[in-house]
Design a binder for this molecule. Structure first.
Ligand code: SIN
Length: 188
């Protein structure tokens, strides 16, 4: 079993160093909280993956006693996941590996850009074998847990609302995110 803290595993940069240009793909908080330098950004999508609030957050949007729920990607054939791609340099990964340390491992995926180009890019994914993975639950139970969780980065609800707002601004639909966003607004 993986430790919660994935920094040691992610410290091997050989996968990223092999890329001509380094593109980071964000599908969750990396869409709306951009606390790292980048040279350019673009809308993009990846295929075969779907956003789900199935990853526990013990360090940002919850605590070890009361973990929140944040996004990870689940493999679903033919699924499409929209996100924002950032062209970055190798030195941002110390910060990113720290930020994404609660079970996320870097994965190299093909990014399909809005202009029809595609390139390899880096995506942080919390796979089902990571100890912070909470897995599937009824949508109402997910919303309940999120409504009660708060961590050092703020209320868990903020993660959902900011992401939902960012997706709407881009004209993107995501039934899972939008339904949880709606349930949380009803609970206020
Ligand atoms: C991402 O946004 O791409 C990774 C998950 C997160 O930090 O919310």
């Amino acid at each position: 079993m993986l430790s919660h803290d994935t920094r040691t595993i992610n410290a091997d940069r050989s996968d990223i160093e092999a890329l001509d240009e380094i593109w980071l793909f964000g599908y969750g908080s990396l869409i709306y909280k951009v606390d790292f330098p980048y040279a350019e950004s673009a809308t993009a999508h990846i295929t075969g993956w779907q956003r789900r609030f199935w990853q526990g957050s013990h360090d940002h949007r919850g605590t070890p006693e009361q973990p929140g729920r944040v996004l990870t990607l689940i493999e679903v054939p033919n699924a499409r996941c929209f996100g924002i791609a950032y062209r970055v340099t190798l030195d941002v990964f110390d910060h990113l590996d720290h930020r994404e340390k609660n079970g996320y491992l870097r994965s190299i995926q093909t990014l399909y850009f809005g202009n029809g180009e595609f390139k390899q890019g880096v995506v942080y994914i919390g796979k089902p074998d990571n100890p912070a993975f909470l897995g599937e639950a009824p949508i109402e139970a997910i919303a309940q847990q999120i409504s009660k969780s708060v961590g050092p980065s703020g209320p868990n609800t903020e993660y959902v609302h900011r992401l939902a707002d960012a997706l709407r601004q881009q004209g993107e639909e995501d039934e899972h995110v939008f339904e949880i966003d709606r349930l949380l607004r009803e609970m206020r």
